[in-house]
Design a protein around this ligand. Sequence first.
Ligand SMILES: Nc1ncnc2c1ncn2[C@@H]1O[C@H](COP(=O)(O)OP(=O)(O)OP(=O)(O)O)[C@@H](O)[C@H]1O
Ligand SMILES: [Mg+2]
Length: 404
Amino acid sequence: MIKDVVVPKTKEVKFIFFSGKGGVGKSTMSCATAVWLAKKGYKTLLVTTDPAPNLSDIFSQTIGHHITPIHGIESLFAIEIDPDEASEEYRERIVGPLRELLDEKNLQVTREQLNSPCVEEVAAFDKFIEFMDDPQYDVVIFDTAPTGHTIRLLELPSGWTETLAGNSATCIGPGASLQSAKAKYEKAISYLQDRNKTSFVFVLKPENLSIVETKRSFEELSKLGIETSLLIVNGILPAEAITDDFFRHKKTEEEKIVERINRELSSLPKIYYPLQDQEVSGIDLLNAVGRLIYDGKEEKRKARPREESAWTLGRTHQRNDLCGSLFVPSNGSRYLFFTGKGGVGKSTIASTTSVCMAQRGFKTLIVTTDPASHQRTRVRKRRNPLRRISIPPAPKKWPPSSAS
Ligand SMILES: Nc1ncnc2c1ncn2[C@@H]1O[C@H](COP(=O)(O)OP(=O)(O)OP(=O)(O)O)[C@@H](O)[C@H]1O
Ligand SMILES: [Mg+2]
């Protein structure tokens, strides 16, 4: 049964991870699961490791970097891990005990080592196992950042032996701190690998790109000895939405994708959750999601007047010729940054723009900073996660002679 994936079977803490591509519904599903479990009486802590968290928005209350009780649900608590605060706490944990032992010069050297950007990753992992070692909850749910970041985090300890064997001065801190932390990290990994203690849930949309990323991440996880427990396919078009040719076509495409999911991820239990006609936030809606997924009970949906429904809004397109005006380089290279929430279409718009600029004769370089895009090569080459991803050099010649 699907609920067996999330309900604790022993008195030990149960850990549940929700992972997946940007914008597929990880936060929605982790919040819904947390509400469902807390309502069943399990003392539940919901932790987000996403540096751009939205639990506060979903529950309409301030949460932040401290464990906060969720209004209206007795057994539910949440925390949004702030990478800066977590890094500061980590630095203090390392430097604190050394104050009595080292002189100011050596303390300064240690502080400098701990100023490296990779401390943020190490601190996030440290914070995350702090909860894994805390027996006061029945369940701890991790709402993670999009897949690339999470796999990267979970890979951290595997590079440590190498780091220890090489140089004792790392960005994690002095070798001695690393040595003492190693046992702790190995224990955390053994928890992650234990199916009775940890469940790993992938959320995906019925889209080909979502399948590709899920399969890749599922394989990367199994290389780390971590098994996937459940797939939630979120956003299936409901029958009542199929009212015109546009949606009939979309449904036919979706059916092909669902077939592909069933075929290519056949070994995994799956649940299909329908697209709703509004965003999912607030206790009542989250409760309805949990009841459908884990109890199989569908709440009766209130009929909404046609003029309020989403598809009557904004089917018009305004064509702004950005490539021909706003984005055109005027004095040397022009740098365009595409940013936004997970799954909103950053890669699509960035790729479209780069093709459009190149077609106009501008020599164009497209660079992605998304760890998920690098996953395959990164995992092959970067067993030690402390190494940096290199960004390709800028094009040599500018401006292009053919640019108009
Ligand atoms: N089944 C659904 N029907 C309608 N809206 C949904 C559904 N599932 C999620 N949403 C909405 O989609 C948006 C993205 O969901 P959510 O924030 O849970 O995704 P995420 O995977 O956590 O995103 P990110 O990668 O940015 O953290 C939210 O506005 C949410 O309310
Ligand atoms: Mg999220």
